[in-house]
Write a protein that binds this ligand. Structure first.
Ligand SMILES: Cc1ncc(COP(=O)(O)O)c(C=O)c1O
Length: 479
C-alpha cells in the first residue's frame, strides 16, 4: 500500500534516498508523540458544544489509495493528510471524531463558519424548490443577492455579473477591461495570484504558481512588499515602476491594472501604503481600468473595512470576489459600473451556472449572517488580539521574521536568519505538521513558501486565538 500512496505524492515530498519523507524524519517522530497518548500538558482546545455524528465511511489509507489511482498527482502540505469528515463553525473533525481548529478555511471556503445553520437552511430550501441555469429565466434569488451585494459597494459600482469561481471572475474582469478600453495590455503585481485559467495565469506573477502559459501584453510590476521590498513601506516609490512599464513597455495606453489589496497566496502581504492611490492615478491617466481582486480580502475579513481596497482609500472600476462569498458554495462575482458593464451587451456573455438560484441564495444568506453576527467587528477585535499575541511570540522565537496583516487575515513569515531574511522553508513544514497534530490547521504561502497564513472563519474567538498561539509556541519550541 505504501508504494501506491507515495507514488501519488510529488517528488518534493519524498526523501533524497528514496525513503518517503526522510527530510521530515524528525518532525515525524515528534508528531508520533504529539498525536499519541503522551500529550499531557499540551494546550487544550476551547470547549465546544457539538458532537459530530458517528462516521463509518472509508478511512484515510483507503482514500489515499483511490486518490493515487484516480485523482491528480498533486501533493499536500501535510505528510499525514487528514480525512476531514465533519465541520461546525470554526472546527473540523477527522474520521476518529478528533476536533481541529480551522484557522485557514475562512479564506479557502467558509467566511462565517462551517455548515453555518442559517446558510445551510437557505441552501436546502432553495434546492428543494428550484435549481436552474442563471441565464434562461428570472428568479428572485439572483436579483436579490445582486441588489444586496451592490449595496455593499462604494461609488457607482452597481452592476453584478455572477461566475462560478474567482478565476472566472478575474477572467471576465480582464475581458471587460479590454473590451471597454480597446487596449490589450494588463499590469499585475509580482507575487500576486489571480487564478488558474490562461488569462489569470498570465496575470499571476508567482513563480511557484505560474505555469509557462504565455500571455501577450501582460506586464508584472515590482511588488510593494513591505518586508522584503527595496523601499520598505514607501508605496509611492514602488508605484513609479507602473508608470515606467506604461512608458517603455506599451503604446502609452493600457487596458487594466489588477491587484489584491492584501496578497493572499503571496503570503498575506498588504501592499505598501500609498501604492494603490498612486498607481490608480497612473492607470487612469493611461486610459486604463483598475481591478480590485477581493477574492481573499473581501467580505469583512480585514475588520476595518468590508473590502480590502477600502483600507487603501481607493475606488476601483471593477471588483472581483469569490471563495467566502458563498460560505462553501461555489460562486464568484464581478461588480462594475453601468457604463463599463454595457460593453458586454455588444456580444452574448453566457455562463450556465454562474450565480444560479442556489448559489445566490447562499451568498445572500452569508451577507445577512455577517451583518447579524457582527462578524466585521469580530474580525477587527479578535484580529487585533491575535496580532498582539503573535507579536509577543515574535519576541520569544527568532524564527518569526515578520507578523503582518489586518483583521483575520494574518501572515507570519518564518526566517532562519532575521538579518538576511533567509526563508525557513523546511522549518515551516515541520511546525505546520506539529501544529496539526496538536489540533490547529493553518495555511502556508508566500513567494518562498515560508509564510503562515492565518485566515480563520470570521466567528473565530479569543479563546481560539489563545489556543492557536499556545500551540504555535509549543511547536516552535520543539524546533
Ligand atoms: C486573490 C485570488 N484571486 C483569485 C483566485 C482564484 O479563485 P478560484 O480558486 O475560486 O478560481 C484566488 C484563489 O486562491 C485568489 O486567492
Amino acid at each position: 500500500m505504501q508504494r501506491a500512496v507515495f507514488r501519488w505524492l510529488s517528488p518534493l515530498r519524498r526523501g533524497k534516498n528514496g525513503s518517503p519523507f526522510s527530510g521530515l524524519a524528525a518532525a515525524q517522530a515528534e508528531v508520533e508523540t504529539l498525536s499519541g497518548k503522551n500529550n499531557a500538558g499540551l494546550p487544550k482546545l476551547p470547549p465546544f458544544d457539538y458532537s459530530p455524528p458517528p462516521y463509518d465511511g472509508a478511512r484515510t489509507a483507503e482514500i489515499l489509495l483511490k486518490r493515487s489511482e484516480f485523482l491528480s498527482p498533486l501533493s499536500y502540505i501535510y505528510t499525514r493528510i487528514l480525512n476531514v469528515v465533519d465541520g461546525k463553525m470554526q472546527y473540523l473533525y477527522d474520521e476518529d471524531g478528533k476536533r481541529y481548529l480551522d484557522a485557514f478555511g475562512g479564506i479557502a471556503t467558509v467566511c462565517c463558519g462551517h455548515c453555518h445553520p442559517e446558510v445551510v437552511e437557505v441552501i436546502v430550501n432553495q434546492i428543494k424548490r428550484i435549481q436552474h441555469s442563471t441565464v434562461l429565466y428570472l428568479n428572485h434569488a439572483i436579483a436579490d443577492f445582486a441588489e444586496a451585494l451592490a449595496s455593499k459597494m462604494p461609488g457607482d459600482l452597481k452592476v453584478v455579473f455572477f461566475t462560478n469561481s474567482g478565476t472566472e471572475a478575474n477572467e471576465l474582469a480582464l475581458m471587460i477591461a479590454r473590451l471597454y478600453t480597446g487596449c490589450h495590455d494588463i499590469i499585475s503585481i509580482r507575487n500576486a495570484y489571480h487564478g488558474n485559467a490562461a488569462g489569470t495565469m498570465g496575470a499571476t506573477a508567482q513563480s511557484i504558481w505560474k505555469y509557462n502559459v504565455i500571455q501577450s501584453g501582460v506586464h508584472h510590476a515590482v511588488n510593494p512588499d513591505q518586508y522584503r521590498g527595496a523601499f520598505g513601506s514607501e508605496g509611492e516609490k514602488y508605484a513609479k515602476d507602473v508608470q515606467e512599464i506604461i512608458d517603455f513597455g506599451t503604446s502609452g495606453r493600457i487596458a487594466a491594472f489588477i491587484s489584491e489589496a492584501i496578497q493572499g497566496v503571496g503570503g498575506i502581504m498588504e501592499l505598501a501604503p500609498g501604492y494603490l492611490p498612486a498607481v490608480y492615478k497612473t492607470i487612469k491617466n493611461a486610459g486604463g481600468l483598475c481591478i480590485a481582486d477581493e477574492v481573499q480580502s473581501g467580505f469583512a475579513r480585514t475588520g476595518s473595512h468590508f473590502w480590502g481596497f477600502e483600507g487603501h482609500g481607493v475606488i476601483p472600476d471593477i471588483v472581483t470576489m469569490a471563495k467566502g462569498i458563498g460560505n462553501g458554495i461555489p460562486i464568484g462575482a464581478v461588480v462594475t459600473t453601468p457604463e463599463i458593464a454595457e460593453v458586454l451587451t455588444r456580444r452574448n456573455y453566457f455562463n450556465t451556472f454562474g450565480g444560479n438560484p442556489v448559489c445566490t441564495a447562499a451568498g445572500h444568506a452569508v451577507l445577512r449572517v455577517i451583518e447579524k453576527e457582527k462578524l466585521q467587528k469580530n474580525a477587527s477585535v479578535v484580529g487585533s488580539y491575535l496580532m498582539d499575541k503573535l507579536k509577543k511570540l515574535q519576541e520569544k522565537h527568532e524564527i518569526i521574521g515578520d507578523v503582518r496583516g489586518r483583521g483575520l487575515m494574518i501572515g507570519v513569515e518564518l526566517v532562519s536568519d532575521r538579518q538576511e531574511k533567509t526563508p525557513a522553508k523546511a522549518e515551516i513544514l515541520h511546525i505546520l505538521e506539529l501544529m496539526k497534530e496538536m489540533g490547529v490547521l493553518i495555511g502556508k504561502g508566500g513567494y518562498y513558501g515560508n509564510v503562515f497564513r492565518i485566515t480563520p472563519p470570521l466567528c473565530f474567538t479569543k479563546e481560539d486565538t489563545d489556543f492557536l498561539v499556545d500551540v504555535m509556541d509549543v511547536a516552535m519550541s520543539k524546533l
